[in-house]
Design a protein around this ligand. Structure first.
Ligand SMILES: *Cc1c(COP(=O)(O)O)cnc(C)c1O
Length: 382
């Protein structure tokens, strides 16, 4: 089926005796085992829940995987994937990943002895050179956060397969509508469903899709054993969000392209990072592995003072941590998503104090342009 069809129907309840249009929210924490000798489909709410299972089936189908797993948040999904490894294992990780993933790898998992080599994932030579005998996986994001840098998914998957590693991506920015990494050889695709999949800035959730049953078994052991599961109400919310993903994201992407081109023409803006612009250094690579540039960009106003003045003057967008909601969201990486990264690391990665991240929403783009114009004017008065 075309993914547009799957977005609407994936995860429908095939055991449904009622014909309901919406998967019910099963709140029960446990299930009757009247015949204790047969093993029931459902036994305990942490191990499995029919509402959560609907969502898990949906993400598996949308990503073209064999299994899906829902977690209490995006970072719970990342951490649960990392818990598949053990002390002494080593990962090769793209250096401009989500700030929370950076933090967990450099604190929690560093304490537990999971080794990491940070690499510029856009450079396949560097990725391959970082592989050691104890390396177990490569973890990347593309486009990355917050600089929208692009790495070669087919190339990364090839390196992983050559060395017997798991290829893992955080696919939050693109969603399976625009980018299907499992089709390109990746083993696991992680999502913060708090973002585009939920889509309305009203639920926190994480999802993982896996390409192989054996990998799914390992992840299920963590999901059930560690227990960072998504509850049935939030599972329902994400499944409802998924139904309208294409309608939202296609419009948000159009708005993003228009805003990025507009920002690029403004003299106050030093740089716009968006893979939908032909000026993006990996415009063609991105287009070769996705079906769209997405709705997230970042732009640089050159200084902390200019970024602050812009944020204080702008009226329509929500200034907040997060992205992928129906509303336009502006965030300030050095103070928000990447505040947990030491300033020296941020500087090394090119995340300047004047950099702002923008997630385009569904508002009329001409209203946003007028708002941005007045905010840029007050920013340059600083
Ligand atoms: C937000 C985000 C996360 C973390 O997700 P939460 O739902 O906030 O825990 C992980 N990766 C990326 C790329 C994100 O944008």
């Amino acid at each position: 089926m075309n993914i547009l069809t799957d977005l609407i129907h994936a995860g429908a309840w095939d055991e449904d005796p009622t014909g309901t249009s919406s998967l019910p929210i099963f709140r029960g924490s446990t299930f009757s085992q009247q015949d204790p000798l047969t093993s029931p489909r459902w036994d305990y709410g942490r191990s499995g829940n029919p509402t959560r299972a609907g969502l898990e089936e949906a993400i598996a189908k949308l990503e073209g995987g064999v299994g899906g797993y829902a977690f209490a948040s995006g970072i719970a999904a990342v951490n649960s994937v990392l818990m598949m490894f053990q002390t002494g294992d080593h990962l090769v990780v793209g250096e401009d990943i989500y700030g929370g993933s950076f933090r967990t790898l450099t604190t929690l998992f560093a304490r537990w002895g999971l080794g990491v080599t940070w690499v510029d994932a856009a450079d396949l030579n560097k990725v391959e050179k970082a592989v050691r005998p104890e390396t177990k996986a490569i973890l990347v994001e593309t486009p990355s956060n917050p600089l929208l840098r692009v790495c070669d998914l087919r190339g990364i998957a090839q390196i992983a397969h050559t060395h017997g590693l798991l290829a893992i991506i955080d696919n939050t920015f693109q969603t399976p509508l625009l980018q299907r990494p499992l089709d390109l050889g990746f083993h696991l695709s992680i999502h913060s469903a708090t973002k585009f999949l939920g889509g309305h800035s009203d639920v926190v959730a994480g999802l993982v899709a896996v390409a192989e049953t054996a990998v799914g078994k390992r992840l299920y052991a963590v999901q059930n054993g560690f227990g960072a599961i998504l509850g049935p109400d939030d599972s329902w919310m994400v499944l409802r969000g998924i139904r309208t993903l294409a309608a939202r994201l296609e419009m948000q992407q159009r708005h993003a392209l228009r805003l990025a081109s507009w920002l690029e023409r403004r003299p106050e803006v030093r740089a716009v990072h968006y893979p939908g612009l032909q000026s993006h250094p990996a415009y063609e690579l991105h287009a070769s592995q996705t079906t769209g540039p997405g709705a997230v960009m970042s732009f640089d106003l050159g200084s902390e003072a200019a970024a602050l003045a812009f944020l204080q003057a702008v009226k329509i967008p929500l200034t907040a941590v997060s992205l992928g909601g129906v509303e336009t969201i502006l965030s300030w990486p050095c103070r928000m998503s990447h505040a947990s990264m030491p300033p020296s690391e941020r500087a090394k990665r090119g995340i300047g104090d004047g950099l702002l991240r923008l997630s385009a929403g569904l508002e009329a783009p001409e209203d946003l342009e007028a708002d941005f114009a007045q905010a840029l004017e007050s920013a340059t008065k600083q």
